[in-house]
Design a protein around this ligand. Structure first.
Ligand code: TRP
Length: 363
């Protein structure tokens, strides 16, 4: 494969991403924690800004806040699963959880109506979060277009967005995002308010914002403006992207690039068999002789997120590399693993339907 130059911005992610390079390019710190969760242990969450106060709060069992957001477009797929796992994990560790549904952003960046965003956010995202174990206590999910029924909280949020606007220059926007439009500018400031309001609501508590690494321009800018308005730069962590089935980016607008959390066993099997980019050789003889390349094989890459048993994973790696395991067999391992995870998930999703009202007020 010819390496394609990577573009990583909130509005566009293309090309082959070199995460090491991004660390220097964005000025992130590599993240080392002693968490046993696969995402931390395997460095899927690979970088941070100012994580120290969060690590300390967790260690000392002190309260802290986790704030993140979602863009409600398309289907909830296993790439989204990574962020949702972190929400549930942080909540278990005692964090107060804020989740912003970026319906205003979807409107300005994707021309999607607020009604459409609400439906997708509930059907796809929130139901899956509940099924994954998110609890309503200490958890506030809100829409950017409707911050709160409590007017003091809502006013504070929209005021904050406007205050931030007066402390940033147009050139800074251009520097952070490359190209910028009024809609994107508004979305950026609103996301700034998402990330900064928790410290007004919980003075003194550290706040962590876990995101995909494409979101860092938003974070850099919000942290910079924070200092100018007397707020503190919050902490952030960055996860890698789960590669799309065919290699490249996983995209909600391309169903052949992902497995959705609602896909049936039949769909999982046919998608992986048909589309998963293989690091295997062209013929069985060649494969047996030369071995496969797990490092570019999407099925293997996916297993590094979903097979939690390190010994099992190492064994798959070695047997694939030596040529003992064929591509079809590797795919079968992934299919079995994902089918088991998703079947269990889908049962919980059915129960979750009756619990939506515990998380959102009814309109
Ligand atoms: N821009 C984010 C995305 O595209 C969604 C988002 C909105 C967000 N507000 C946020 C993410 C606050 C983190 C924190 O997915």
């Amino acid at each position: 494969m010819v390496e394609q130059k990577a573009v990583v911005t909130p509005w566009e992610v293309t090309g082959d991403i070199n995460y090491e390079k991004l660390l220097t390019q964005f000025g992130l710190q590599p993240l080392h924690t002693d968490f046993s969760h696969v995402l931390f242990r395997r460095k899927k969450i690979f970088a941070h800004r100012d994580y120290q106060p969060i690590a300390q709060a967790i260690q000392q069992k002190k309260p802290f806040v986790m704030m993140t957001g979602l863009m409600p477009t398309g289907k909830f797929h296993i790439g989204h699963y990574i962020l949702a796992q972190q929400m549930v994990l942080y909540q278990k560790l005692g964090a107060k959880i804020y989740i912003a549904v970026a319906d205003v952003e979807a409107y300005s960046a994707r021309s999607q109506s607020l009604e459409e965003s609400r439906t997708i956010a509930i059907d796809q995202y929130i139901l899956n979060y509940i099924a994954m174990g998110l609890q309503p206590e200490n958890c506030e999910i809100y829409f950017q277009s409707e911050r709160s029924t409590d007017s003091a909280i809502a006013n504070q949020y929209y005021q904050l967005q406007n205050i931030l606007a007066s402390h940033v220059t147009f050139n800074e926007f251009k520097g952070a995002y490359g190209e910028i439009t009024p809609g994107k500018l508004t979305a950026s400031l609103l996301q700034g308010a998402d990330m900064l309001q928790p410290q007004l609501l919980h003075p003194g508590l550290p706040v962590v914002v876990p995101v995909g690494v494409d979101q860092d321009p938003h974070i850099r800018l919000a942290r910079d403006i924070a200092k100018r308005v007397g707020l503190k730069p919050f902490s952030s962590t960055y996860h890698v992207f789960l590669p799309g089935l065919k290699g490249g980016k996983m995209s909600s607008s391309d169903p052949t690039s992902f497995v959705a959390l609602t896909d049936t066993p039949k769909e999982i099997k046919s998608k992986i068999n048909k589309y998963a980019f293989s690091g295997g050789r062209d013929t069985v003889e060649e494969h047996r002789k030369l071995g496969g390349n797990p490092d570019i094989d999407v099925s293997y890459q996916w297993l590094t997120f979903f097979e939690e048993d390190d010994a099992k994973l190492a064994d798959i790696y070695n047997r694939y590399k030596s040529g003992e395991l064929l591509s079809g067999e590797l795919k079968a391992i992934l299919i079995e693993k994902l089918t088991a995870i998703l079947s269990a998930h889908q049962e919980k999703r059915i129960e979750a339907k009756s619990r939506i009202h515990e998380f959102l007020y009814q309109k």
